[in-house]
Unconditional design. Structure first.
Length: 344
């Protein structure tokens, strides 16, 4: 159980890698295997019947069925055809059999599951065609986090949603304001071209930044546009934190892939230097899954490394092929998405 491969439906390795990582996260798997998702979906439909889309329920149901199939332990691999087909109706961008970005797919899946299970339905986004839709990235003044506010609470907000606060200080009158922002994925810049650590990426993200020229703030106290400093901190640490390493960067009007080796710890990742003193969450995390990307912008392939919750061994998931690997192979220069779970 939990060691089931996924058939490649033609250029769907990005989907398979993300699904394997999500289906290796113990609290999320328990939620679906226990059947609680079905109850939540029914309750959500009853309380928001005027707003809920049938496609949302179908997509969440297809995901739940896929989790069950992957944890039956009866198959070497299964086909995600049903989930892909139904999910493609919700997000037409992913309906084609062409390669897509794993991070964008991950954000859409988390958004979709949240919409299906959330307890309070303040508003509903049904389309991806408005340029960004539910996966839209609001770039923070500091370094850039994949963020958006999820209305209501759900298993997704419970497990994955954290809170950032941006402390913005006007350099003219010294007035200080704070802007909160939710996140489920933190997009981290890679500060080196050869070798760096995950800690270096975090330092780069959370370092203070200057807002000048076109990025000036409008200061309420000064009554005009002013230079300012901004510094981010975590005010709520999620139970599962996902880091997106920004390997695809712009250089001289051209996108390129950074092949930098980013060294990341397997356990005892300490986020306390970046967490507000008002936050009382546990600050140490352990690695539980990795999405890898090999190749370049024109041609690439996604795979996943996942730590099995029962055997405690690491496995490589390459579409339908599942292989046990030593811990030493988990540290790879192909890492693109890192999943960490709270040690508390």
């Amino acid at each position: 159980p939990g060691l089931t491969g996924l058939q490649n439906l033609e250029n769907t390795c990005y989907m398979n890698a993300v699904l394997q990582c999500l289906c290796s996260l113990t609290p999320l798997v328990q939620y679906f295997l226990s059947g609680r998702w079905n109850t939540a979906l029914h309750d959500s439909s009853q309380t928001g019947h005027q707003l809920i889309s049938l496609e949302i329920g179908e997509s969440a149901t297809a995901f739940g069925c896929l989790v069950s199939d992957m944890w039956l332990g009866e198959f070497d691999y299964v086909s995600p055809e049903a989930f892909h087909s139904i999910f493609g109706k919700r997000y037409p961008a992913f309906s084609s059999r062409t390669q897509h970005d794993a991070q964008e797919f991950l954000i859409c899946v988390l958004d979709d599951l949240h919409e299906a299970f959330k307890e309070v339905r303040a508003q509903l986004c049904l389309n991806l065609n408005d340029n960004a839709g539910p996966s839209q990235e609001r770039v923070s003044p500091a370094a850039g986090a994949s963020t958006r506010s999820l209305s209501g609470t759900s298993i997704i907000t419970h497990l994955f949603e954290g809170q950032l606060s941006y402390a913005i200080r006007c350099l003219t009158c010294k007035a200080l304001s704070n802007r909160p922002e939710s996140f489920t994925v933190l997009s981290l810049p890679i500060p080196s071209t050869r070798v760096c650590s995950l800690q270096d990426c975090l330092e780069c993200f959370f370092q203070p930044d200057m807002l000048t020229r076109n990025n000036q703030i409008h200061c309420y106290w000064c009554g005009g546009n002013q230079d300012a400093t901004v510094k981010a901190s975590i005010t709520k640490a999620p139970q599962i934190i996902i880091f997106h390493l920004k390997r695809f960067a712009w250089q001289d009007k051209h996108r390129r892939k950074l092949s930098t080796t980013v060294c990341y710890p397997f356990s005892d990742l300490d986020l306390s230097p970046y967490i507000s003193t008002s936050c009382c969450n546990n600050t140490e995390y352990s690695l539980c899954a990795v999405v890898n990307h090999t190749g370049d912008l024109d041609y690439g392939h996604y795979t996943a490394f996942c730590k099995h919750s029962v055997t405690k061994h690491w496995y490589s998931f390459d579409d339908a092929q599942v292989t046990e690997i030593p811990d030493s192979e988990v540290q790879a220069d192909t890492a693109y998405l890192l999943f960490y779970t709270s040690q508390g």
